[in-house]
Design a protein around this ligand. Structure first.
Ligand SMILES: Nc1ncnc2c1ncn2[C@@H]1O[C@H](COP(=O)(O)OP(=O)(O)OP(=O)(O)O)[C@@H](O)[C@H]1O
Ligand SMILES: [Mg+2]
Length: 313
């Protein structure tokens, strides 16, 4: 078998074996669900069932949940492309009428980007509202034409600003804030059950048991197109992990019904030095990195909130 990404293969194998062990320990039956015959809502679902869930782990509801807005450490808002008949007929978008000093972020995409610039942001991160369809970093400007060009010239976003193609779920626009030491927590029923640094090449086989449930390995710069640079060396940072747990545990405890079993990435703001939430993801496909998969599945087979919002996927 050829697999595009070796850890993708390991991840699936690890999920399946950890799920099997958890079921055996708890006297539960593990069965493979069919796509055409979805499992009853009373079952504990431990992995993706339909193709719609594969590799698409960010349902709309988790794009900008309240906890992300509150603890994201950066300005952010949802925005949409103007698809009104008026705009298509005249080419006059709401953005042309954007007035500096506007208090609330406008819902129209280009106005929202002008608003971010107005608030002091010089670069933005724009994420498509369709799960995992792409995220880009663009330069901001006080000029509508330049902001529009930044979006339409961007390899990822170019198509999305065409009214006919624009995603109905819109975008998440954020101020770009450099962030370091990204770390992923798996939350089950509002409790942090396991976690690991966002180290792309790691799987639970790299988990160090001496660290307990929260693996201490992480890297300063994840190294991607958004935060720039290349991946820094992996280091063991137990104190930073403790700081993250201290930051996130009370937030996780207060999450609303339907968001209590989720995956939350945290990082440190390179500007303020404080922890922040990078993003929320749903459970089915969020990469495990060097988490303790047995701890995760032991918790999942007992979870009240299953972490699957099928109607939202
Ligand atoms: N506002 C921001 N400012 C600076 N960097 C950001 C910002 N938002 C995201 N990033 C960086 O971009 C990466 C990808 O963003 P995010 O995790 O929100 O999207 P994603 O669709 O899940 O992408 P990926 O699958 O690569 O994680 C983050 O891990 C982080 O390094
Ligand atoms: Mg991510």
């Amino acid at each position: 078998m050829r697999v595009a990404d070796v850890e993708d293969f390991w991840e699936d194998a690890i999920r399946a074996s950890a799920a099997l062990r958890a079921c055996e320990r708890n006297g539960l039956t593990l069965s493979l669900a069919s796509e055409t015959d979805p499992p009853p809502p009373t079952t504990h679902r431990l992995g993706p069932v339909s193709v719609a869930e594969e590799g698409r782990h960010c349902p709309d509801a988790l794009l900008m949940p309240e906890a992300l807005t509150e603890h994201g450490g950066r300005l952010m808002a949802r925005a949409w492309v103007d698809t009104s008949v008026e705009y298509m007929r005249t080419g006059k978008s709401a953005a042309q009428a954007y007035a500096p000093g506007t208090e609330a972020c406008p819902e129209e995409l280009f106005s929202a980007l002008l608003w971010l610039h107005d608030r002091g942001a010089r670069e933005a991160v724009v994420k498509l509202g369709i799960r995992k369809a792409g995220v880009s970093r663009i330069l901001l400007s006080p000029k509508l034409d330049e902001v529009r060009a930044a979006v339409t010239d961007d390899d990822v976003l170019c198509w999305s600003a065409i009214p006919d193609a624009a995603p109905p779920s819109g975008f998440l626009v954020q101020e770009w804030v450099p962030m370091t030491h990204e770390y992923r927590f798996f939350v089950v029923d509002g409790v942090l059950v396991t976690g690991a640094g966002c180290v792309e090449e790691f799987t639970p086989l790299d988990h160090r048991r001496v660290d307990g449930r929260f693996d201490a390995a992480m890297r300063e710069w994840r190294g991607n197109g958004i935060n720039g640079g290349s991946p820094s060396p992996v280091m063991r940072m137990p104190q930073r992990v403790s700081r993250y747990v201290e930051f996130l545990a009370p937030i996780a405890e207060g999450l609303p019904h339907g968001q209590r079993t989720v995956v939350i990435d945290v990082a440190t703001s390179a500007q303020s030095g404080d922890p922040l939430i990078v993003e929320f993801n749903a459970l089915p496909n969020a990469g495990l990195y060097a988490t303790d998969a047995d701890v995760l599945f032991e918790n999942l087979v007992h979870a009240g909130d299953r972490g699957y919002q099928v109607n939202l996927l």
